[in-house]
Design a protein around this ligand. Structure first.
Ligand code: C2G
Length: 432
């Protein structure tokens, strides 16, 4: 008996998929199909998949051409599958020509011509109209939103608005956007999601205007340095039935969810101390303290909660480009220390010390794709990782699709009350 194997995501199953399965079957008597698992697709950057795995498997099965279905879970699995299932021929579409030649050591490798004029991407675009994101900015840098939005199907950048005419034109050109709008109203009309990327003091007005126009809003945190205003914006969003989302990517990536799970599920015992520090080296940075503090406070409120009993803020030095500040939070049976610095050597790291284990994230912890957990008793360190490229904005967009699909406007990433708490902490520091 000759055994054949082929692989694919088979999203929105179409004629091209059917054709390749049919032709693959002709190469032998027994056809195995590897359907990609969600984790594997995420790790290879394929975030636009629409159908869940059960549907994709069902569709492959319904062709009646397939003798066995397996799930492809990791990079390199194809070699073990070919050996394990004693495969004679590996078949794949010619969009992969040359990429799997190395499997030739184990079996025949056949590239078949793709069916023309049909693809999952095309079907996704036709069947699911895209959300249009308009960017309001006062900076030249887009925070990778343009490139990241291309990785998730269902989003399109409508264009950019900046108060400064020259800047918006420059931005449009740099990121090859269709339109540089000449007013925020024009941007609102062409968009259903507005991304606000301006200095803090302008954020409130833009967010309010956008929400009043019934637009969903994503904004870098903090929206304001006022708990009252921050709450008012969330209330307005709720009232208008739209989403208002903090652009904090880390809460949407799997590594962070695993950390939360370990902390809250008691896997590192009782939490004794939370440490988090972040620094930048930028002489021209605006809003340095509030932006970095908001970033560092996010994992703190997620992991430690907001019920601290005392807060001791220290702005140690300010001016001449060197800035440094820290806050100590006392919790009933733990403490949290958050440090931020600009042009000063503060090591970027996050550490959660528990009675049974310690979790550590090094370097750019806010977009980390791995962390380590040291077991106190055995002294062993385990690495947990989930590869992804970029800064995680695509996961935030993906989460928005889930929210919209469930008719929800509140993100479970950072709850409004947590976002308001962060503004409250910043407000408190400013008051002192
Ligand atoms: N295909 C085709 N004609 C099309 C579209 C797709 O012949 N018009 C083929 C692809 O070449 C592939 C299979 O159908 O062999 C499945 O395609 P996808 O679902 O796009 O899967 P892909 O991302 O190519 O997965 O491990 C994963 C595999 O390596 C490939």
């Amino acid at each position: 008996m000759r055994k054949v194997i082929t692989y694919g995501t088979f999203d929105l199953f179409h004629q091209g998929h059917y054709n390749i399965l049919k032709r693959a079957k002709e190469y032998g008597d027994y056809l195995i199909v590897g359907v990609t698992g969600d984790s594997y697709d995420i790790s290879r950057g394929k975030l636009s998949v629409h159908d869940d795995i059960a549907t994709r498997i069902e569709n492959v099965k319904n062709t009646g051409l397939v003798d066995a279905i397996i799930i492809e879970e990791y990079l390199g699995q194809k070699i073990s599958d070919v050996i394990k299932y004693d495969i004679d021929t590996f078949v794949i579409g010619d969009d992969w020509r040359g990429k799997f030649d190395h499997l030739g050591k184990y079996c025949d490798v056949v590239y078949l011509e793709r069916t023309k004029n049909i693809s999952s991407t095309q079907l996704r675009e036709e069947n699911f109209p895209a959300h249009h994101i308009g960017i309001i900015t006062d900076q030249e840098n887009d925070n990778t939103i343009v490139s990241e939005s291309k990785l998730v199907s269902g989003f399109k950048i409508s264009g950019v608005y900046a108060d400064d005419e020259e800047l918006r034109e420059k931005f449009r050109e740099k990121y090859q956007l269709e339109t540089a709008f000449d007013s925020e109203m024009a941007l609102f009309e062409a968009s259903d999601i507005v991304y606000v990327r301006t200095r803090i003091e302008d954020r409130y007005d833009y967010i309010k205007e956008a929400l009043e126009m019934g637009k969903h809003v994503i904004c870098d945190p903090p929206f304001t340095i006022s708990a009252k205003k921050q709450r008012e914006l969330f209330d307005l969003a709720k009232d208008r039935g739209v989403a208002l989302i903090d652009n904090v990517k880390m809460v949407y990536v799997r590594v962070f969810n695993q950390i939360m799970w370990m902390c809250h599920g008691g896997l590192i015992g009782d939490i004794l101390q939370f440490n988090c520090s972040v620094s930048k080296n930028d002489k021209n940075i605006k809003d340095f303290f509030d932006e970095l503090m908001a970033l560092a406070l996010t994992p703190m409120v997620k992991i430690m909660g907001t019920d601290y009993t005392k807060m001791i803020p220290r702005l140690i030095r300010e001016g001449d480009g060197v800035e440094f500040g820290s806050i100590v939070f006392e919790y009933p049976s733990a403490e949290a220390i958050v440090k931020v610095g600009n042009n000063v050597r503060v090591k970027n790291q996050m550490e959660i010390i528990g009675s049974k284990g310690t979790i550590r994230l090094k370097d750019n912890w806010w977009k980390s794709n791995y962390f380590e957990m040291e077991d106190t008793e055995t002294g062993e360190t385990k690495i947990y990782n989930m590869n992804f490229a970029g800064n995680g904005f695509k996961f935030l967009l993906k989460e928005m699709l889930v929210m919209f699909g469930n008719n929800k406007t509140e993100s479970a990433g950072l709850f409004p009350e947590e976002s308001v708490k962060i503004s409250e902490i910043l407000e408190e520091i400013h008051r002192r």
